[in-house]
Design a protein around this ligand. Structure first.
Ligand SMILES: [Mg+2]
Ligand SMILES: [Zn+2]
Length: 223
């Protein structure tokens, strides 16, 4: 029998953020499928270097997962202003066996809990657990996680949505699914700018997630 698994594109795992246990799993799936959204109210965030302080040695535990000043409040404020926030993050540390699934889940619980403490909500967290050698469809700059997000909201692509990242590959992945690119100077952001590599056309640049959030909330087209 041919090995079908190998020919299938790798799918990024999704950490669905829901505190309620749905009465019927099928109903929950249908609800997810039918969820639709104004794409201009959709924001896809990279994690390391955008929400939390990055490290070249990978972020491997909740102790190492430390929010960038103002980022949690920024996410909460975006939510309170009607934005839907998804996270799409490369986590090859999982594939490299630098940390376990439980540690990643705990880091994401920490993020979710902090945001909820500030009155916000994260819709979902997608992560690519693969190493570059895996040549999967989800590791940024590949756009698999972004197409998954579009599909989850019944959208053909992410035109009108914003992708926020500190690395060029974040912006390339988001742009491949037609979202607008936003570079923050936190994390690897300054390095990305200094590299001189071309950013996607029309890339907006902000000091940090807080400044981006303020701009989105103030923007007349979003009021
Ligand atoms: Mg990053
Ligand atoms: Zn992957």
């Amino acid at each position: 029998m041919p090995n079908r698994i190998q020919s299938k594109p790798a799918i990024a795992p999704v950490f669905f953020v829901s505190r309620e246990t749905p009465p019927f799993p099928l109903l929950a799936n249908l609800t997810t499928l039918m969820t639709t959204i104004d794409p201009s109210k959709l924001i896809i965030l990279d994690r390391d270097g955008v929400i939390n302080i990055d490290s070249d040695n990978y972020i491997k535990s909740t102790e190492e997962w430390i929010p960038i000043t103002g980022s949690i409040e920024a996410i909460a404020d975006l939510y309170k202003n009607g934005f839907t926030i998804c996270v799409a993050t490369n986590q090859s540390g999982l594939g490299r066996k630098l940390f376990k699934q439980g540690a990643l889940d705990a880091m994401h619980d920490k993020l979710i809990n902090l945001v909820e403490k500030h009155g916000g909500k994260i819709h979902s967290i997608r992560y690519c657990p693969h190493t570059p050698e895996g040549q999967c469809q989800c590791r940024k700059p590949a756009a698999g996680m972004f197409w998954d997000i579009a599909e989850a909201f019944g959208l053909n692509d992410l035109k009108g949505a914003h992708t926020v990242g500190d690395s060029l590959r974040d912006l390339q992945a988001g742009s491949a699914a037609n979202s607008s690119a936003v570079l923050v100077r936190t994390g690897k952001g300054e390095k990305t700018l200094a590299s001189g590599k071309a950013l996607p056309a029309g890339t907006l640049i902000f000091k940090d997630l807080r400044e981006f959030a303020d701009s989105m909330i103030r923007s007349p087209e979003h009021s």
